[in-house]
Design a protein around this ligand. Sequence first.
Ligand code: MN3
Length: 181
Amino acid sequence: MEIHHGKHHAAYVNNLNAAVQGTDLENMKLEDLMANISKSTPAVRNNGGGHYNHSLFWTILAPAKESELSDNMSIHEAIMRDFGSVEEFKAKFKAAATGQFGSGWAWLCVDKSGKLFICSTPNQDNPLMDVNDFDGTPLLGLDVWEHAYYLNYQNRRPDYVDAFFEVINWNEVTKRFDEAN
Ligand code: MN3
């Protein structure tokens, strides 16, 4: 995770800064940049997405036991309503994460009506970008690039997804859910 943060994420930040320097995009909020990404260059799309995605990723991780999903959370109620059970949510999320061919991300999102859905995006794209056939706010995301798991899990992406479920910061996911509603 130190390499992931200090090398991979840092490279996206540096490359994004270089790509927007001296342009109209320089002072734009990251969320607004994502919402208009179809008008940007591949360098802005790849590195802007990389910066947004990793910034979200670090905040929704926490040590196991400090981060558990509990019955009294609004996100728990929504998971039960929209997936039927926590196990079904995990099964669907794992299918999205393992089913993303090559590099990308798996996401839990909320749409404008407050309904949860799961999706995946290729490369460093994300649900905020205006290049998707769905519309939603990401509540949690999992990096499924090989750089995210290869050192510890080699080719075993499913094991990495199972380990991720143990360290999701559900307090932060709940906060994001409440803010999006
Ligand atoms: Mn990464």
